[in-house]
Design a protein around this ligand. Sequence first.
Ligand SMILES: [Zn+2]
Length: 490
Amino acid sequence: MNLKRLFACFLLLSSLAYAQHQPQHKKAAKAAPTTQPKANTASAIHQSALVIDTHADTPQRFLDENFDLGENTPVSEGHIDLDKIKQGNLGAEFFSIWVEPEFKGHYAKRAMDLIDSVYQQAARHPDKMTMAFTADDILRAHEQHRFAALMGIEGGHAIENDMRLLRDFYRVGVRYMTLTWSNTNEWGDSSGDIQDPNVKHHNGMTDFGRDVVREMNRLGMIVDISHVSDATFYQALLVSQAPVIASHSSSRELTNQPRNMTDDMLRAMTNNGGVVMVNFYSAFIDENYRKASSDPEKIKQRDAEVEAYKKAHPHPDGSPVGYNETVAIEKRWAAQFPRPPLKSLIDHIDHIAKVAGIDHVGLGSDFDGVTSLPDGIDSVADLPKITQALLQRGYTRDQIHKILGGNFMRVMREVEATAKRLQAERKEADALSLEDIELMLGNRAEPAQMVRRVNEYGVSFDLTDERRTHLKSEGADDLALDAMARTKRP
Ligand SMILES: [Zn+2]
């Protein structure tokens, strides 16, 4: 029994003693409604929270299985649908745009197809869900009692080493990106293959990788360090001007998995102001399960079975056989190991809350992307059990609300504010000088292109009559000159 409960017992006993000594007529007053205790039941705490989960792999099911969120499917098939979302009071989900490395040569197309699949779901269920792109959007959806769908890219290889694609993904609504998935890409190391001598590593990130982080800051796309190597993690924190997240990572101190976070990393997250969202996967939260399921012989046997299936069921168009086509085999395989208790998951939340701080922990289930979950957590409908367990451990209503979504909202707002600041700075610095304009004219820039650039960046000089005449003699047309007159920055 903890001190708090001891104190509660004392209060109860003394109030009983007090009641016994009251004159009879006072008893009538006891019927007055008491609202305080009710508001702090697990159910009341959970139902009044804005619950945000930052990682679910459901889009593969939308795209490859034609799964509709409106279908109420058994938990053996999927962890998320609209009924389960309602039961779990989930306010917002980040759907993972996970590009399997097998799609080499078609990463961006695969990502765009997955993105479209999320929009399609929102279009089919406008009364129950909506796309969301900002912290305010999430709040608005919550007030309208609609589920907010957001998107995060899982695996930086999806941008095909092209900053323009990164910006395009932001434009179509992607709001976070894990710098890597389990594969090291051409600009960042992953924890998934960091021990593999056959993979070319970069000691963390290349210069381009650092530029990706900077551009994400400028755009307002949250930098997600789940899956990256330790060196990539520390470098990303040095470069990022905004708080970062781990959208689905647990504690390495409790479960020795390389993609979990050490206590030093957790403390670095405190300094950064970011949030670590705990992954629910049994092998990431329970050391016994991890050990049992990492038996090399058993893994070999599973991989062989998956490969055999892929060979026997090739796609006619040659496209890769995706994860969710073989996931049934993997789930069957995973079921041979007993599920860990819910306590293991709560231990991870508790540990991160203690080491990183209560403001730096959240939920990143990995629903629809994992083959085993702790006992009692069969789907998103079971999220209230987490609230109940946290309450039993002595967490207060405010603390639980932070874990369930409040911490993430704070980070999203900070990322948005940083982007706003960086964009304002960049615009000022990039205004075109008179020399830039003369150079463009010397290079015979197309008039339309010149208007576009002037409109985009603005100019840093006053277009006096003298300059107008001069630039006209150099070949500037009136539309471009008018644009210069309009876009002068202070
Ligand atoms: Zn993942």
